[in-house]
Design a binder for this molecule. Structure first.
Ligand SMILES: [Zn+2]
Length: 275
């Protein structure tokens, strides 16, 4: 599932290619995503130009003078730049063709993604308006997390994966950030000290930045907009390392499920640190 670094990698890749290029046509081969793609998308976009791209959480926003395309890659979506006359792959549901003879192609085998159009401020759209702060923003601080956690008795891992608390920290990076901060993923959010939250905020920012630098994590099918795989999977300390030993202390890693999501941690390095 694409998380923030993968979405950011894709957004950075497509931006220089599509900005300021006239949209000559749009082909929608399958309208059935998580929300149906607008029937008149082709008519709306033809002749327009994308003037600005932006990422908010795991959403990609492509703005024209009349409105914005809101995209979410869901479980298995991807955006790639291809020559306009390429042969579409089986799950390539949308192609946006530009005057420079390139196409922005949306591929999504599981079809949990979203492609919507709005003429209003996209950040106020119902899908985006309740998102928490961006992890790289000045609003995302230890004090903010500590205060938000006061009434939260859920495990810390679920707390930081809640996009209304902070956007874009998905399963892979939640596992990694908790290991780096030496926090047990099961510890209740409201029992964690401010000092531990300081460490956690620092590690979340550091890990996400490093993952972006490495082009994201490719477990199954993530690629950047040119089809190249990410490299951060080689840097993972706990995620995907079921039954292997901790790099720090050699203890066998523990694997459990928290909120249906695979959670891997070291029971020796990641001890509860209760207030
Ligand atoms: Zn350990």
């Amino acid at each position: 599932m694409p998380e923030l670094p993968e979405v950011e990698t894709i957004c950075r890749g497509i931006t220089p290619v599509i900005l300021g290029q006239k949209i000559t046509s749009v082909t929608v081969r399958n309208h059935k995503l998580r929300c149906p793609i607008p029937k008149n998308l082709s008519r709306i976009l033809k002749g327009q130009y994308f003037l600005k791209t932006n990422r908010r959480g795991k959403y990609i926003l492509l703005k024209t003078k009349d409105g914005a395309l809101i995209m979410h890659l869901g479980m298995s979506g991807n955006l790639q730049i291809k020559p306009k006359n390429h042969i579409p792959t089986k799950h390539e549901h949308v192609s946006i063709n530009f005057a420079n003879n390139l196409a922005l192609c949306y591929n999504d085998p599981r079809r949990f993604g979203v492609i919507l159009w709005t003429t209003k401020e996209p950040l106020k759209h119902k899908l985006l308006k309740n998102l928490g702060p961006e992890p790289f923003s000045d609003d995302f601080t230890a004090e903010y997390l500590f205060n938000s956690a006061k009434l939260r008795r859920c495990p810390i891992k679920q707390f930081i994966m809640n996009s209304n608390i902070v956007t874009g920290v998905g399963n892979i990076y939640a596992n990694e950030a908790l290991f780096a901060s030496k926090i047990n993923p099961l510890q209740k959010a409201n029992t964690i000290t401010l000092a531990c939250y300081k460490k956690l905020v620092k590690e979340i920012k550091k890990i996400l930045l490093s993952a972006i630098k490495h082009g994201g994590t490719t477990i199954k099918d993530h690629t950047d907009s040119s089809g190249k795989q990410g490299l951060f999977q080689n840097k993972l300390k706990v995620y995907g390392r079921h039954n292997q030993s901790c790099y720090t202390c050699k203890t066998k890693l523990t694997t459990i499920k928290i909120g249906q999501r695979a959670t891997v941690f070291c029971s020796r390095c990641q001890k509860n640190n209760i207030i």
